[in-house]
Design a protein around this ligand. Structure first.
Ligand SMILES: Nc1ncnc2c1ncn2[C@@H]1O[C@H](COP(=O)(O)OP(=O)(O)O)[C@@H](O)[C@H]1O
Ligand SMILES: [Mg+2]
Length: 383
């Protein structure tokens, strides 16, 4: 019972300190289908600040509690055991009636922008494949509380960031799932362009799964090797297969060796697609065979090039402002259902022990009273 009370006090202490925080919006990093991402500073109650990426969601969903609950599972998944190439949501804040998603700020550029500059050397693509398939294989091996496999659900070029040192990151894990559950926003996301990376079965209505993450990865890596767009989705199987052959034939001699591995991902039937573990191994052996610049050598100049290219993102009302963080937040400090259940159990057990104690006291009192009566009767009879 004591431990439960201590945990509860600690929880409220952490929560109270979180309510004294401020968020300072420094500069706009980009605008996407779900909102605007800023480089920001989160300042705690002691005035200590840390850099973060703050995504201000365009529109508050009607089911805020559901959104926070869905995100909590994703946060917990990476918090307990981080995955090297995956950056997830750290917490969701309420700022001026807006939902703001906080994640790690990366000094990197996204593959969407990189592709605007042209193709990547095949060895660099294979190394990118090793890193991303490795991260996804690890994610797919994990399950949520309901036993479902963890799926990224939004693998697309703007969610793959590469640093100038050649380190890739897959961002926005779980965000699509938490946000797109609301049909309205799902449609909004699709209209704004993520459709090109959706697997045919998802477009036909199936839920995103590990195989659809793989399909999206296949298209992106082909685009990296070709330096061009795969094109809008095709809903007709023979046409899709014709497209695959045309796209593979269009790869130059440098990109051709990637074809076999990518083919394993770009199959119409999800159950026929290669697993991420298999793809990871195949890219690893390909890296050993390929020559030419790898990810580190390529990123050294290419990432800097993209970074230096002028990009005008109009500023908005939040830029340069420091705002108080509101009450409704989703953060690791908030006990998840498991923890809450443990606290409840602890409290329950406390009551049980108190009850048993009272019962024993009552029993003891009854026995003592009986003894007194017995002694009194005995004394009365004997005297
Ligand atoms: N954690 C981050 N660190 C640095 N830049 C980021 C981060 N997350 C997103 N960005 C940048 O902000 C842009 C907009 O992101 P987002 O709103 O998620 O768009 P999209 O829906 O296209 O992924 C991205 O293209 C990326 O360049
Ligand atoms: Mg994104």
């Amino acid at each position: 019972m004591w431990n439960g009370a201590v945990a509860l006090v600690e929880h409220w202490r952490v929560l109270a300190s979180r309510l004294m925080r401020e968020l300072c919006f420094k500069r706009v990093l980009g605008r996407g289908s779900m909102g605007t991402v800023y480089a920001a500073e989160l300042i705690d109650d002691a005035g200590v600040s840390r850099e973060c990426a703050a995504k201000v969601l365009k529109k508050a969903g009607s089911d805020r509690e559901g959104f926070r609950r869905r995100l909590r599972a994703q946060i917990a998944c990476l918090e307990a055991r981080p995955i090297d190439t995956l950056t997830g949501v750290e917490e969701v804040l309420r700022v001026n009636d807006l939902d703001v998603v906080i994640s790690r700020l990366l000094d990197a550029v996204d593959v969407g922008r990189i592709l605007e500059k042209g193709r990547m050397p095949a060895r660099a693509v294979a190394e990118l494949g090793v890193a991303l398939s490795g991260g996804l294989a690890e994610l797919h091996s994990r399950r949520d509380a309901a036993g479902r496999r963890m799926v990224h659900q939004d693998v697309k070029p703007t969610n793959i960031l590469i640093t100038a040192g050649g380190k890739p990151f897959l961002v926005d894990f779980g965000l699509a799932r938490a946000t797109y559950v609301e049909r309205e926003q799902h449609t909004q996301g699709l209209v704004l362009g993520t459709l090109n990376y959706y697997a045919p079965e998802v477009l036909a209505g199936a839920s995103p799964a590990v195989e659809s993450d793989g399909f999206a990865l296949g298209i992106i890596l082909w685009e990296c090797a070709a330096g061009g767009a795969w094109g809008p989705p095709l809903f007709h199987r023979p046409r899709f297969q014709k497209r695959v052959e045309e796209r593979f034939a269009s790869l130059d001699a440098d990109g051709q060796p990637l074809m076999d591995v990518l083919r394993g991902l770009l199959l119409w039937e999800p159950r026929e697609r290669a697993t991420m573990v298999d793809i990871h191994q195949r890219f690893q052996s390909l890296v050993e065979q390929l020559e030419g610049p790898g990810l580190v050598a390529w990123a050294d100049s290419a990432v800097a090039d993209v970074k230096n290219s002028v990009r005008r993102i109009p500023s908005d009302g939040l830029m340069g402002r420091t705002l108080k963080v509101g009450v409704q937040t989703t953060s690791p400090a908030e006990p998840d259902l498991g923890e809450a259940a443990t606290l409840e159990n602890r409290r329950g057990r406390g009551w049980l022990w108190a009850g048993l104690g009272l019962l024993s006291l009552a029993g003891l009192a009854t026995v003592s009273a009986g003894l007194v009566v017995a002694v009194a009767v005995f004394a009365y009879l004997c005297l």
